[in-house]
Design a protein around this ligand. Structure first.
Ligand code: SAM
Length: 288
């Protein structure tokens, strides 16, 4: 069964996504929001205030965490609905930004939801991995800037829908592959690389882990490049590919040193049978 904060998040995400999708898709309410000054900003802002007050009063238990989780889940539900709005109503050279918003909201919300399922005792607001590093924020903002500049100067570039569709497919498959890895590894999965082996930590080699040693990184790698293909951002496609590759190469090296310490020969044998999954990344080859 889903843990308490998992339920709070699911409720907030779905209710917000549905309410705002209906509002945005309904011509009358949309017109109303547009007609009142700043309606498209004040409407959502009021909604957040009401939701926060409700959560504060209804969910008293474990208040601090529930509140933090609810705010983020509502924000992601809103971002998803706004993505639908942009897709349907924005000019054709901005439409794909709506796809990007939908993909981002789904990825970050499902990170939290899956962690709430597999690690109910360890799940925190950080499990949304929204703002997990300065590099991640810089990468996201750079892609928005590139999109804005190119949309203005080369609007036709952003209407290559067949190319954006390729990116969308990469994002969906990458995200599904990552979530399959998390659900396969269950309590052995952690957003951080652990340095000390817990008693119940076992080596997972079945399911998607039989296809590659680092399926969640493989999924994230292709998902991140896919986001830039959706936006048809040539510079960021190249930059994301290089930076993500370097990041996962380093991460896998460090993680495999810890895994060899934990599981010894068992991990060596696993390395012999199965590749890392990231092109041209070998990992830390054992010499046992
Ligand atoms: C963010 S998860 C990434 C897991 C894996 N590298 C992947 O890409 O699916 C990191 C944690 O998973 C654990 N881990 C990685 N591979 C594992 C495996 N095959 N079996 C059990 N635990 C594993 C590591 O000890 C680390 O704490």
């Amino acid at each position: 069964m889903l843990c308490y904060v998992g339920k709070v998040s699911l409720c907030c995400y779905l209710v917000t996504a549905v309410i705002f999708s209906v509002l945005f898709l309904n011509g009358v309410t949309l017109q109303f929001l547009r007609n009142i000054w700043g309606g498209l900003i004040i409407g959502p802002a009021l909604y957040f205030v009401v939701v926060n007050l409700l959560i504060k009063n209804i969910y008293r238990k474990n208040f601090q965490d529930s509140y933090q989780v609810a705010v983020r889940a509502c924000f992601l539900g809103f971002a998803f609905a706004l993505g639908i709005y942009v897709h349907l109503l924005a000019p054709c050279n901005i439409k794909v930004f709506g796809w990007y918003m939908g993909v981002m909201a789904t990825f970050h919300y499902s990170e939290f939801l899956v962690m709430a399922i597999i690690q109910p005792k360890l799940v925190t607001v950080n499990s949304f991995v929204i703002n997990h590093s300065m590099q991640y924020t810089i990468a996201a903002v750079s892609s928005w800037i590139e999109f804005a500049i190119e949309t203005y100067f080369f609007p036709d570039l952003k209407t290559m829908y067949w190319f954006s569709l390729l990116g969308l497919t990469m994002c969906i498959l990458g995200d599904l592959f990552r979530k399959a890895a998390m659900l396969t590894a269950k309590s052995n999965f952690n957003h951080l690389v652990v340095c000390e082996k817990s008693e119940d930590h076992v080596l997972v080699t079945h399911g998607v882990y039989a296809l590659c040693r680092h399926p969640s990184y493989v999924g994230w790698f292709y998902w991140s490049i896919g986001t830039q293909i959706i936006l048809v951002n040539p510079f960021c496609i190249a930059a994301y590919t290089i930076v993500s590759w370097l990041f996962f190469k380093e991460r896998i090296l460090i993680e495999e040193i810890t895994l060899l310490n934990f599981f010894g020969v068992q991990y060596c044998e696993y390395q012999e049978r199965v590749g890392t999954g990231i092109p041209f990344v070998q990992g830390y080859l054992c010499d046992l």
